[in-house]
Structures are given as structure tokens and as C-alpha cells.
Ligand binder design. Structure first.
Ligand SMILES: Cc1cc2nc3c(=O)[nH]c(=O)nc-3n(C[C@H](O)[C@H](O)[C@H](O)COP(=O)(O)OP(=O)(O)OC[C@H]3O[C@@H](n4cnc5c(N)ncnc54)[C@H](O)[C@@H]3O)c2cc1C
Length: 402
């Protein structure tokens, strides 16, 4: 008779397969292992590995990481930045300080730290081993070296274009519904200390923005927005580099897709739960995805443990869907607000309000800091809608400045 483990799985199997070891997968593996599940953590790369990302960690994301790790991430991984400069179409909109900081990290170090914590917690290490095929009905993963891993439950955390979502939905994500971003690591600014400003440029890309994130080792500069609305993101990036007076670095340009406003309303199927970018959980206004990746990975592991403990693995997806509801609601509000911030009809009104209103800029930063929810902002925006529309009309009628 086959020997069985605590949840009825044969001993050569796991309780939970986690595919992808970015923030979502590492969080799922760490939380799953901490709850006593036998977890296999799979990634095509050995860690440390790089991942194209601005590395901006909001207060909300940092709190999630701290809860997972049992303490705030080491200072060496996180450089706080509390000064922000906003521009629109090259013109200054305002500077803010005294707001909740955003922390700057490098994904090489941040992700490696999380993976190490997951392995220390007891997850089995299958990093450096790409997945060749997923069978979502078992669920099972066949690695490129022929190893087959099975478990009653799987978390698909393999990013925006991963194989797990493809196995569930039968097709790669439609590039027209994704965001796309280009980035370079420019040399650090001479004054890249704690007071160095984080710079955000509305209008550097259509339905998106440009950013310059100062870190002690480099300045991460990028532009990103809705893919379908930016037929030449390279040209947008060239213009942005020229604006910032950075030599054209095309040879070192790197690009990546990210979900940008289209999350999977049903975050999985059967025994498979999708987390992080694989589930489309990126903020459609800011492109921030690390916090949602960490939170969704944790929730998927908690749903798995709850379902397995109750002896009903098939209930995991239901538990997970329920846990995700507040995040989905917040993303829906953000999709609504995106039309105010980036949509052509009201954008001018928003920009004009952002320039005049320190309160609006402050609220925007509090929202990034996790002190304000999109629901609150959407309610306030609705109240201001007539004013925004009037300002948008006035801005359009005003003669262009020479
Ligand atoms: C240019 C750019 C800038 C960004 N800047 C920010 C920012 O400043 N702040 C922020 O919060 N978010 C930012 N984001 C979004 C953020 O990077 C993502 O939301 C976040 O990485 C999602 O984490 P994840 O764990 O879901 O996926 P990922 O971090 O993409 O991890 C997925 C993992 O799956 C692995 N994998 C994929 N396929 C396979 C396979 N076949 N077999 C095995 N393993 C596989 C990959 O190797 C990878 O390690 C940015 C995104 C881009 C593109």
C-alpha cells in the first residue's frame, strides 16, 4: 500500500507545487511551508536572477513583505525615498515631501532574499529548472529535465506570459490587453542620497508614464503604458532619455510586458490558483505589482492549507477567490480612475487639478503608501468630476503657450 503524507498525498508527491519564484511564488512557498505544507518551488532561473522592474516598493508592499518574513526586509535591500517630483509633458507639476516613503530595491537582491526565506522555511528547491509542460487537471508540472512533479494543488506564479495561465486558458495573453515597459539602468546621480527625488512624468507614454528611480548603485529609468496605445514605445523612451539628458542607451534597453488593467476574474481552475502577474494583479494606474504579488501568493498558500486541512483540496480555489475579493474591488476602482488620469477627455482636467492641488498630490502618495484605498479616491474623484470636466474644457480652449 502506498505510504501517504499528512494530507493523503503519496510521499513522492508534494502538497503544493509553486511554479515561478518571483515575489508571488516565493510568498506562496514561504507561507505554505510555514504552515507545514510540503511545497515544491520551481523556477527556470537559479537565484539570484534579474527581473526587469523599477524596484519601487510601496509602503503597502513593504508591510506585506515584513509580515511574510517575520520582520522588515533588511535595510541593505531597501532605500527609502520621501521626495517626489511630478511632471506632465515635460512641465513641472509639483514637488512633494513629508509623505509616506517609497522604498527602492533591486529585484536581483529582493527576490533572492525571498526565495532564500522560502527554502529556509522548508520548501523543496527546484530553481534553475524550467517547466516544459503543465497538466492543470492533475495538477502536474513536467520540468525540461524530465522530472514530473504532482500535488493536489498548484500555484501558477510564473509571470505575465507564463505557461500555467496558458495551460488553463489555452492561449497566450492578448498583447493588445497588456502593458509594455522599457527600462535602462543609468549611472547613479551624483546626489543619489536619501533626499534624491523620485521623478514621475505623466505623458512620457500614452496611458502610462515615465519614471526615474534614484538608487545608490544606479538610476532606473523607464517608460511604460498600455501596449496598444503606444505603437512606438522605443521612440517614447528615446524622447524621455533626451528630456532627462541621458545619452541614448538603446543598446541597453530592455522591455517586458506586464498586466495592466485586465485581471483574471476567476483566478484559476480546479486545483490550480494563479497569483501575481499570472493572475493579472498589477495596479492599472501605477504599474505596481510587487505588493499584489506578495499578497496573492500568501493568500493562495493560506487557501491551500485551509482546504487541505479540511480534507477538501478542491475548495482551495473558492477560499482563494474569496480572499482576493477586496483586491479585485480595488483594481476595478483603479481601472475607473485610470480613465480620469490617462483618458484623453478628462486628462487635461486631472493634470490641471494635480498641478494646483497639493491635497490631490498628497492623496496620490498616501494611496501608494497604502494609507488610502482606491475606493476613497474614486469617491472623491466622482465628487470632483464636474470640476475636472470644466478644467479639461478650459485647458483645451486656452491658447497654447509659446
Ligand atoms: C519595466 C517594469 C517596471 C516595473 N516596475 C515596478 C515597480 O517599480 N514596482 C512594482 O511594484 N512593480 C513593478 N513592476 C511590476 C512587477 O515587476 C511585477 O508585478 C512583479 O514582478 C510580479 O511578480 P510575480 O511573482 O507575479 O512575477 P515575476 O516577478 O515575473 O516572477 C515570475 C517567475 O516565474 C518564472 N518563470 C516564468 N516562466 C517559467 C517557466 N516556464 N518555468 C519555470 N519558471 C518560470 C520566472 O523566471 C520568474 O522568476 C514593473 C514591471 C515592469 C515590466
Amino acid at each position: 500500500m502506498a505510504r501517504v503524507g499528512p494530507w493523503g498525498a503519496a510521499l513522492n508527491e508534494y502538497d503544493l507545487l509553486v511554479i515561478g519564484a518571483g515575489p508571488a511564488g516565493a510568498a506562496a512557498a514561504l507561507r505554505g511551508a510555514a504552515q507545514g505544507l510540503r511545497v515544491a518551488l520551481v523556477d527556470r532561473h537559479a537565484f539570484p536572477r534579474n527581473k526587469l522592474c523599477g524596484g519601487g516598493v510601496t509602503g503597502r508592499a513593504r508591510r506585506e513583505a515584513a509580515a511574510l518574513l517575520g520582520g522588515t526586509p533588511p535595510d541593505a535591500l531597501m532605500e527609502p525615498r520621501g521626495h517626489f517630483e511630478f511632471y506632465a509633458d515635460g512641465a513641472p507639476l509639483g514637488r512633494i515631501e513629508g509623505v509616506p516613503p517609497v522604498w527602492m530595491t533591486t529585484r536581483v537582491a529582493f527576490d533572492a532574499h525571498l526565495v532564500e526565506a522560502a527554502l529556509d522555511a522548508g520548501a523543496a528547491d527546484f530553481t534553475g529548472r524550467p517547466v516544459a509542460e503543465i497538466d492543470p487537471d492533475v495538477p502536474a508540472a513536467t520540468l525540461r529535465d524530465g522530472t514530473r512533479l504532482t500535488a493536489p494543488l498548484m500555484v501558477g506564479a510564473d509571470g505575465a506570459t507564463g505557461v500555467v495561465a496558458r495551460a488553463l486558458h489555452g492561449a497566450p495573453p492578448d498583447p493588445e490587453r497588456l502593458g509594455f515597459a522599457l527600462e535602462i539602468e543609468a549611472p547613479p546621480a551624483p546626489d543619489a542620497g536619501a533626499d534624491a527625488p523620485v521623478r514621475i512624468d505623466f505623458g512620457a507614454a500614452a496611458w502610462g508614464y515615465g519614471w526615474s528611480f534614484p538608487k545608490s548603485g544606479s538610476t532606473t529609468v523607464g517608460v511604460g503604458g498600455v501596449h496598444a496605445r503606444n505603437p512606438s514605445m522605443k521612440a517614447a523612451m528615446r524622447d524621455y532619455l533626451a528630456l532627462l539628458d541621458i545619452a541614448d542607451e538603446e543598446a541597453r534597453l530592455q522591455g517586458a510586458f506586464l498586466p495592466f488593467g485586465h485581471f483574471h476574474r476567476r483566478p484559476g481552475r480546479g486545483g490550480v490558483m494563479l497569483a501575481g502577474d499570472a493572475a493579472g494583479l498589477v495596479d492599472p494606474m501605477t504599474g505596481e505589482g510587487i505588493g499584489h504579488a506578495l499578497a496573492s501568493g500568501r493568500m493562495a498558500a493560506e487557501a491551500a492549507a485551509q482546504a487541505l486541512c479540511g480534507g477538501h483540496p478542491h475548495r482551495a480555489l473558492r477560499h482563494y477567490g474569496k480572499a482576493l475579493r477586496p483586491m479585485h474591488r480595488s483594481l476595478r476602482y483603479a481601472i475607473f480612475l485610470r480613465h480620469l488620469v490617462y483618458g484623453t477627455r478628462l486628462r487635461d482636467g486631472f493634470i490641471s487639478a494635480f498641478r494646483r492641488s497639493g491635497r490631490l498630490r498628497y492623496d496620490y502618495m498616501r494611496m501608494l503608501g497604502g494609507e488610502l484605498e482606491y475606493d476613497d479616491i474614486a469617491r472623491r474623484a466622482l465628487a470632483r468630476l464636474p470640476g475636472l470636466a470644466a478644467r479639461a474644457t478650459a485647458a483645451r480652449l486656452r491658447p497654447a503657450r509659446s
